[in-house]
Structures are given as C-alpha cells and as structure tokens.
Design a protein around this ligand. Structure first.
Ligand code: SF4
Ligand code: FES
Length: 349
C-alpha cells in the first residue's frame, strides 16, 4: 500500500497505521504521541496529540476525511495522502490538545522527578504553550500508597492508560486501573492492594509524565546531573539490559533502555531495577549512552567553555566589601594562650 505523508511516499503493509508509516519516514512528519506505545497492545486513541489531516482517503475513495484523524489508530489505505507537519489545521489542533492536557496538570516541574525527560514538558515546549488560559481550580487528589517502589502522583496523570495496558500485558493479576469517570477519573488500586509483581516497575518507564515515579530515586537528583550508561547482568527473569544512571561511582537509578521515541526496548524486572543499586560490580558496563541532540542532558554540558561573567559594581559597593572583609578577618583578634598551645601541638613544636 502506498501512502504519501507531507510529500514523502512510502510503501507499507496492510494494517500499518499512519503513525507507524510516519515513523518509517522519520523527521518532522512524525506526530507526537502521549498515549500510543509501540510495545503495548491495543493502546492509543486516548490523547489526540497525534492528529493529522487526511487530504485524500484512498485511491478508491479520494474524498478527504472531514475531521482530523488520530494517526496512531487510523490504518493506511492505498493511495492515501496525509498532511502532518505541513498541515496548519493539524498543528493548531495539536497545540490545543497540549493546552488541554495542561489544564489539570500541575506546573510543579521544578520538584518533579520526571523533569528533563517528561514527554508533556517536551510537547508543551514544542507547541510553545507558555501561557495557560485556564483560571479555574485544577483537580487534585489525596496521595495514595500503591506499594514500596512506585510513587503515584495522581495530580500529574493525563489518563493516557499506558500503565493500565502495560499491567494487562505483563502481569497475571492486574490490581490497578482507571476508576470513576469524567473529571473524577483516576488511576487507583483495588482497595488496600499494592502494585506488587515482578514487572510492576515498568509502569514508571511507560508513564509519559511524573505521575508514576521511582520511590527509590525520589528527590535524589535531577536527571541531567546523572550520566547514563548501558549495562547488563545475567538475569533469569528479564533480558537484564538496562541503563544505569550514575553520579560518580554511585548508581542513582536503573531504568529500561528507551528508543528514539522514548519507548522501552525491553521491559525489565523489579530485581534489576531496584535491587542492584548498591554494587556497580553487579553489572557489566557496556559504555555511555548517546544523548539526543536536544536532550536536557546535552544542554547541561559543563565541558563547554563558559562565558566570562562580568559583574557591574560601583566603587561604593567595593569599598563596602573591603570593610566587610576587614570585619570578618581574624587578623585583628589575636589567639589566646590555649589556642596558641593547641596550634603548636599540631605543628609538633
Ligand atoms: S499514571 Fe502515567 S501512565 Fe498511567 S494513565 Fe496516568 S499518565 Fe498514563
Ligand atoms: S498518541 Fe494517538 S491518540 Fe494518543
């Protein structure tokens, strides 16, 4: 089947979605995604971030589709023509969707562990959503304990359903999901149940925002202060292929490896993620990971020569500073006898 996206023609198998075809092409034509996740079955169609304009339905029925289509759940038809990055209508709608997602999302990025690798942050910056028109109160939720490893911040959840789909796919007995409807909809566990299974930690990786974060890494460090390394270990439960986020010799956190769309390549078990952080020797380090060009970690490149900072001060301030230096100088207060003895003792005199 042939599809034309922003003037790029590509041939794909029947059943391919517009988003998958766009990813095969790559570049700016790839729509952003907040709910679709290529490794999860039956996901997508929730957030509407990936809207595109279908200007020609197919060779058989060339009529344009009147409404914008979510590219992650719309199958390619032979001869279809799609505008993604070249459609003003789609770009405007995506901007509105990201503004809509931010309606209830708190702007607590300075204290959120996800900052620096948050898809919603990237989306908002990409769409230049710098101002909110929402003046009403944001919805808030009582904190809920969902187990020893995972912290749920429901206020930050955008209800993308990724964590629910992941639990359906990876676990025998899913204990969490979306309860209630409309403005009251929230991620929660069945009464007094904790999320407790060998692969539960993966919900942290699939969550596009900071709604599900790693309790063992909580408030420890900003992600951009750590250096990510590919590493592996022999693990009977999972592939054992992880990313170690190091600060010096210390492992700050362990995550799964993600691809260019920030999607996990191999899901990892909780033992690899949470229980081998003390000893670097537990891991075979393969080497440093490459950062994306625009990653916040790259932006924080301290090896780059720094511009000289020139502080403009007037003479009076400098005079004041000299006076202060004199005041805090110890020169004018001689040592007493005990202090002199102590100093001499140290010197061995
Ligand atoms: S907790 Fe995260 S992954 Fe789960 S629905 Fe909310 S935003 Fe999505
Ligand atoms: S990514 Fe397509 S609707 Fe969310």
């Amino acid at each position: 089947m042939k599809i034309n996206i922003d003037g790029h023609i590509i041939e794909v198998d029947p059943g391919t979605t517009i988003l998958q075809a766009a990813r095969m092409i790559g570049g700016p034509s790839v729509p952003p995604t907040m709910c679709y996740y290529s490794k999860l079955d039956d996901c997508g169609g929730k957030c509407r971030c990936c809207l595109v304009e279908v200007t020609k339905g197919s060779e058989k029925d060339p009529r344009p589709m009147p409404k914008l289509q979510p590219s992650c759940v719309t199958a390619v038809q032979d001869g279809m023509e799609v505008k993604s990055a070249t459609s003003e209508r789609a770009l405007k709608a995506r901007r509105s969707v990201s503004e809509f997602l931010l309606i209830n999302h708190p702007l607590d990025c300075p204290v959120c562990d996800q900052a620096g690798e948050c898809d919603l942050q990237n989306l908002a910056y990409g769409n230049e959503n710098y101002k909110s028109r929402f003046k009403e109160q944001k919805r808030t939720f009582e904190p809920e304990d969902i187990g020893p490893y995972i912290q749920l911040h429901m206020n930050r959840c955008i209800l993308c359903y990724r964590c629910v789909k992941l639990a359906d796919q990876l676990t025998q007995e899913r204990v969490h999901g979306v309860i209630c409807r409309g403005d009251h909809a929230q991620i929660s566990t069945y009464v007094s149940r904790a999320i407790d299974n060998d692969f539960s930690g993966n919900v942290i990786d699939v969550c596009p925002v900071g709604a599900l974060t790693d309790k063992t890494f909580r408030f420890k460090s900003r992600v951009w202060f750590n250096k990510p390394f590919n590493a592996h270990r022999d693990c009977p439960k999972c592939s054992g292929k992880v990313v170690l986020w190091m600060f010096g010799d210390t492992i700050q956190r362990v995550t799964a490896r993600k691809d260019e769309y920030h999607e996990v390549e191999d899901f990892i078990c909780n033992e690899c993620r949470f229980e081998h952080k003390e000893n670097v020797e537990d891991w075979v380090i393969e080497g440093p990971r490459k950062f994306e060009k625009f990653s916040v970690i790259n932006a924080n490149n301290y090896t780059r020569p720094l511009k000289k900072v020139k502080i403009e001060v007037d003479d009076l301030t400098l005079e004041g500073r000299k006076q202060d230096e004199k005041k805090i100088s110890m020169k004018s207060s001689p040592y007493d006898e005990d202090e002199l003895n102590a100093i001499n003792e140290v010197k061995g005199e």
